[in-house]
Design a protein. Structure first.
Length: 81
C-alpha cells in the first residue's frame, strides 16, 4: 500500500485523517473507497499540527477553506456539497 495518509475535510468543520488506509478507486466513475482506522479533529485543532510540513501559501489556502466551511449563524457553510 503506497498511500500513507488520507485527509477528508467535512462540511461540519472536522477533518478525518486515515493513517495507512486501504484505498480502492474506480477512475471511470470517479468513485473512491477509503477504509481503515481514522482520527477526527476540528479544523481549528488540525490546522496548527499541519504547520510544520506545509508552506505558507498552502497554509493560507487551507485556512480560507476551513473558515468557509464553518457554519454561519443560519447553519449554512460556504462550501458546496
Amino acid at each position: 500500500n503506497d498511500i500513507e495518509e488520507v485527509q477528508m475535510y467535512k462540511n461540519d468543520g472536522t477533518v478525518m485523517t486515515f493513517d495507512n488506509p486501504r484505498v480502492q478507486a474506480n477512475v471511470h466513475t470517479n468513485a473512491y473507497v477509503i477504509t481503515g482506522s481514522y482520527q477526527e479533529q476540528r479544523y481549528q485543532d488540525f490546522m496548527p499540527a499541519m504547520g510544520s510540513g506545509t508552506n505558507q501559501h498552502d497554509m493560507e489556502k487551507l485556512r480560507k477553506l476551513a473558515q468557509s466551511a464553518l457554519p454561519t449563524e443560519q447553519g449554512e457553510t460556504g462550501v458546496s456539497d
